[in-house]
Design a protein around this ligand. Structure first.
Ligand SMILES: NC(=O)c1ccc[n+]([C@@H]2O[C@H](COP(=O)([O-])OP(=O)(O)OC[C@H]3O[C@@H](n4cnc5c(N)ncnc54)[C@H](OP(=O)(O)O)[C@@H]3O)[C@@H](O)[C@H]2O)c1
Length: 222
């Protein structure tokens, strides 16, 4: 199986590269910065792996980079700025698409804009393949299947204190989103139910001096 990892140079991208290598799959590294792709290849021992440069805004370059692969794993976040473009190019290149997005608006956008295109191309688009989203979606689906007349379900994913990568810090609620957009956050897991997963829960002190209630340590500024 041929797999292209887009955003291969980031923290998650490197984890995915390492896992693919562990499974005996030599991935193609794709991203916007060739120097950073080389660094990632060196760091993960994939010295001879193919590298393809494509900016997220360049549909033709992305489709070219993905052509010949069976699947694209998108690790380039914040996904609000990459998911639709990368997924659309994957579909046009005939590749399945998976990402690690936890940004609800970007996830919803993929379902809203690319579902029929993916169906037409005979490929799967699987956003939100993360420890937070997959488990919460499954739980929401199970609960929804057992209860009648749910209007809204809130799920919470607790993350203890710790560092966050550049992209993870930026992937908080998109600054540009409006309150009306926020009210529309949903995933399709529990059909007919507005399911608003909170990908990460901060302690609510907004980086102030109060303690994080999770483990009693100081809250980091997110
Ligand atoms: N870290 C986690 O545990 C975790 C867990 C779940 C979900 N996520 C999500 O996964 C995403 C990646 O996280 P990360 O920790 O790997 O972040 P990271 O280390 O900052 O890496 C971000 C990656 O995305 C690329 N990128 C960013 N903006 C781009 C753009 N506009 N066009 C093309 N490439 C772009 C970067 O390319 P350059 O190297 O060229 O800058 C880099 O490869 C984030 O959205 C994060 O919220 C992270």
């Amino acid at each position: 199986m041929k797999i292209t990892v887009y955003g291969a140079s980031g923290y998650q991208g490197r984890l995915v590269l390492a896992e693919l290598a562990r499974r005996g799959i030599e991935p193609i590294l794709a991203g916007r910065d060739p120097a950073r792709l080389t660094q990632a290849a060196e760091a993960t021992g994939l010295h001879g792996a193919q590298r393809r440069q494509a900016a997220a805004g360049d549909h033709r370059a992305l489709a070219r980079a993905f052509t010949g692969s069976d699947a694209v794993i998108n690790c380039a976040g914040p996904f609000t700025f990459t998911a639709r473009a990368v997924a659309a190019a994957a579909i046009d290149a005939g590749c399945h698409y998976v990402d690690t997005c936890g940004e609800q608006l970007a996830i919803k956008d993929l379902f809203d804009t690319l579902a029929s295109r993916a169906r037409g191309a005979g490929v799967s688009v699987v956003p939100a393949a993360t420890d937070g989203c997959v488990l919460l979606d499954l739980l929401a689906s199970l609960v929804a299947a057992r209860l009648d007349r749910i209007g809204e379900m809130r799920t919470v994913h607790l993350i203890g204190p710790g560092g966050a990568s550049r992209a993870a810090r930026c992937a908080r609620w998109p600054r540009r989103s409006r309150p009306s957009d926020r009210a529309a956050w949903s995933t399709t897991a529990a059909s007919g139910v507005l399911h608003r997963p909170a990908a990460a829960v901060r302690c609510g002190c907004r980086g102030g001096r109060r303690c994080c209630r999770l483990r009693g340590s100081r809250c980091r500024r997110w």
